[in-house]
Design a protein around this ligand. Structure first.
Ligand SMILES: [Cu+2]
Length: 465
């Protein structure tokens, strides 16, 4: 079969205009320029909108010139690749014809899959797959289901002399690095805020546990408020909050307490509080919505002991959750856990540009803040973290502890740990308790074990004295 030109994707490909940066790359460029502007301002330069616009145009021009150079190189390689592909097809065809004479052969598919730009680039060893896709230069064409046998998922001819893996030795790392100035491929982190909400430590350090007391009633009031919060340096987030912070206040009760939580809704939207744990269906916060300007009370007997998220459950639930309506509830065992330095850490993300993905990550709503402002601990002291994952848009979040290990109590529903580890991954809504002791003074890092999340703010330090 002869490969003709029409089988190769032509420009423009999936709406990509030749030499034009993808929307994602442009967004990143804008973020770079904003970051640059902030740096300029920090160094006392006056930064105007015109200056930012000029800088953006300049960088866009340079980036698009680089992109055109790459595309030119791609075109030059295209002819070579075509010849190589053709040669490969001939080999396959010959083999196929030979096999067709064997009665046991049932190989149904003789046609090759269309060659995608990605396959071409891989075949040419021009660029690695991550860089190619990251720059929007390529789109992966999905071949029809019958286009390639299972043993040859890339449709490159399997055993017939084609390699489906890019050869690392042929990847031009200089060119790759030039594309990002050698920087991280993620958005630049703007820096931690220097203006955290004044009561942020009340979200980090919980009130003390209370031993069980028969017939005790515990009452709480949460106020739903719309509030613009400075979550990172120069980054304002229009939050929907419980009590003005993201996350909301810690609710700490003891197993057996009768709990009454009143929600006052001072926002323009209906909201609710859905607590995890065991309680009657009519107190679950799914159908018990509080309208704007109104109040409602949820009542339940606290059970079982453990650590739980609470969050708004009003539709559309993604909107209500990602804007910040969540927090942590601790239900203590009747006999409280051993004395320890206790902390609550809620892992979250912030979608600051409404693209259904997070631009910043944090514990307790302050990306990078507890890295710049370490949490003090004492050597030899037992520490306990109540950890909850409420990160919308990411399937998992994780917690990694440096130079130490922790006992892990999944969901905090047992007094016996399941294992000793230094990393734990949690799906959304999952949680647990960590217990650990540092033997020696020093600075110790904790962070997500996904580099993107760390770079974008989920990192903190313990200063152990
Ligand atoms: Cu809500």
């Amino acid at each position: 079969m002869r490969l003709n030109r029409t089988q190769i994707p032509q420009e423009p490909l999936d709406g990509i205009v030749r030499g034009a940066l993808s929307d994602v790359a442009r967004e990143r460029l804008k973020a770079d320029v904003v970051h640059w502007g902030l740096e300029q301002a920090r160094h006392g330069q006056s930064v105007t909108e015109d200056l930012l616009q000029h800088e953006y145009q300049k960088r866009l021009h340079t980036a698009e010139r680089q992109l055109r150079a790459i595309e030119d190189e791609y075109d030059r390689g295209l002819e070579t690749a075509q010849a190589r592909l053709h040669a490969s097809m001939e080999v396959q065809k010959k083999a196929l014809v030979e096999r067709m004479h064997e009665p046991t052969s049932h190989r149904a598919n003789s046609s090759a899959a269309p060659m995608t730009r990605r396959n071409l680039l891989m075949a040419l060893g021009l660029v690695g797959v991550p860089a190619a896709t990251a720059f929007g230069v390529t789109r992966v064409a999905v071949p029809p289901a019958d286009a390639a046998p299972a043993s040859d998922p890339n449709g490159l001819g399997g055993d017939a002399g084609w390699h489906t893996d890019p050869d690392a030795s042929k990847i031009d790392n200089v060119k790759l690095s030039a594309m990002t100035n050698g920087d991280t491929v993620y958005m630049p982190f703007p820096g931690a805020t220097q203006n955290p909400w004044p009561n942020h430590l009340s979200r980090l350090f919980p009130p003390p546990a209370r031993p069980a007391l028969r017939g005790r009633v515990r009452e709480f009031t949460l106020t739903a408020q719309e509030k613009v919060l400075e979550i990172a340096k120069g980054v304002k987030f229009a939050g929907w909050t419980y009590d003005g912070t993201i996350p909301g206040p810690i609710i700490r009760v003891t197993q057996g307490d009768h709990v009454k939580v009143t929600l006052k809704n001072q926002t323009q939207h209906p909201h609710s509080i859905h607590f995890h744990s065991i309680h009657p269906s009519n107190q679950d916060g799914v159908f018990q919505t509080v309208l704007p300007g109104e109040s409602g009370t949820y009542e339940f007997d606290a059970q079982p002991f453990g650590v739980f998220p609470y969050h708004c459950h009003t539709e559309p639930i993604d909107q209500h959750v990602f804007r910040g309506l969540y927090g942590v509830m601790i239900i203590d065992p009747p006999q409280p856990r051993p004395p320890a330095r206790e902390m609550v850490m809620l892992m979250n993300g912030f979608d600051t540009n409404f693209d259904q993905g997070n631009e910043l990550y944090s514990i307790n709503g302050l990306p990078g803040y507890y890295y710049d402002n370490p949490i003090q601990l004492k050597a030899g002291q037992l520490n306990r973290i109540y950890l909850v994952n409420m990160t919308e848009f990411d399937a998992v979040n994780s917690f990694h502890m440096h130079a130490n290990m922790f006992q892990w109590f999944p969901a905090g529903t047992s007094l016996t740990p399941t294992y000793l580890n230094d990393v734990v991954h949690l799906g959304v809504g999952d949680r647990g308790i960590l217990e650990f002791t540092y033997d020696a003074p020093g600075r110790y890092m904790i962070h997500a074990h996904q580099n993107e999340l760390t770079i974008l703010g989920w990192k903190a330090l313990f200063r152990v004295l």
